[in-house]
Design a protein around this ligand. Sequence first.
Ligand SMILES: Cc1cc2nc3c(=O)[nH]c(=O)nc-3n(C[C@H](O)[C@H](O)[C@H](O)COP(=O)(O)OP(=O)(O)OC[C@H]3O[C@@H](n4cnc5c(N)ncnc54)[C@H](O)[C@@H]3O)c2cc1C
Length: 299
Amino acid sequence: MTYDVIIIGGSFAGMAAAMQLVRAQRQVLIIDANHPRNRFAHASHGVFGLDGKSPAEIREIGLSQLFAYPTFHLWNDVVESLEQTADGFIVATQQQQTAQAKRIILASGIHDKLPEIEGLAAFWGKNVVHCPYCHGYELRNNVLGVLATSEMALHLAAMIPDWGKAVLFTQGQFEPDAESSAHLQEREVVIKRSPVVEVRGDKDIMTHVILQDGECMALGGLFVGPKIGIPSPLIQHLNLEMQETPMGDVIKVSDFKESSIPGLFVAGDLSNPMQSGTLAVASGTMAGIGAHRSLVFDT
Ligand SMILES: Cc1cc2nc3c(=O)[nH]c(=O)nc-3n(C[C@H](O)[C@H](O)[C@H](O)COP(=O)(O)OP(=O)(O)OC[C@H]3O[C@@H](n4cnc5c(N)ncnc54)[C@H](O)[C@@H]3O)c2cc1C
């Protein structure tokens, strides 16, 4: 069978895209490796209707709703190659299956490139996190660090006092200018210039950071903006147009989430400069609508 749309990645963005397409009675195949970006966290917060659910529960709810539609198909597999053909696209998977489709939606997410600081990765997704809207409430009323990995950290540090006492670690690299210094002071953010060189904790909870000058600081949470990694050779070989963000490049898309290759749509973290479960659902929904419109109007 030639599917109308193959969706690569079946998490927030992929499932949201599929929902629009199966409701338009289109033949949709999701191929998903089930390795979502938030798999390090016990629960997902701030996602309307799903607040506090685990990544596994969210997948189960999404898939159970999609399987109610007869044109929905799922393969638990990894797409290893994606090629354009005269009438669409062909994908091949790790389990040596192939499938053809008229349109593709890439919703395969990104991976986080964490700063190389001793001990930090062990606490990722627990109380070393990237997003205050996702985790700030659970970490509230603690001393909360912001470890600068880009100039965005200065904005983040100014927001953190809404959740707890904030400490900005500039890592000796991201010095606030006079205007942001004044704002950070007004927000009572403490600034530390000696770099964090080690993160320590108890079991999987971070408790302290060690600075290069020897200071040991107790923290209840640490916000870290990871850099964006797009590891898949699948994507690199497509040579898609990219969009720069302070955290790294994402794939450039139109308002309807179409990439620089006509018929190839991209949704979720892979094309969103601002990233969360809800924003991935929103862009997946738009990609689903975009792919459907393209099937109707661009044939
Ligand atoms: C630790 C942590 C905690 C977070 N907590 C929250 C939170 O509480 N609330 C919130 O709103 N956001 C949270 N986020 C952000 C959220 O996880 C992402 O914004 C969201 O998962 C992006 O959805 P997505 O569908 O674009 O990608 P993902 O959820 O990353 O899903 C991509 C899917 O594609 C699959 N895939 C990749 N390559 C292939 C391939 N070649 N073939 C087949 N399948 C493939 C993956 O296995 C995965 O299942 C958190 C992020 C992190 C890192």
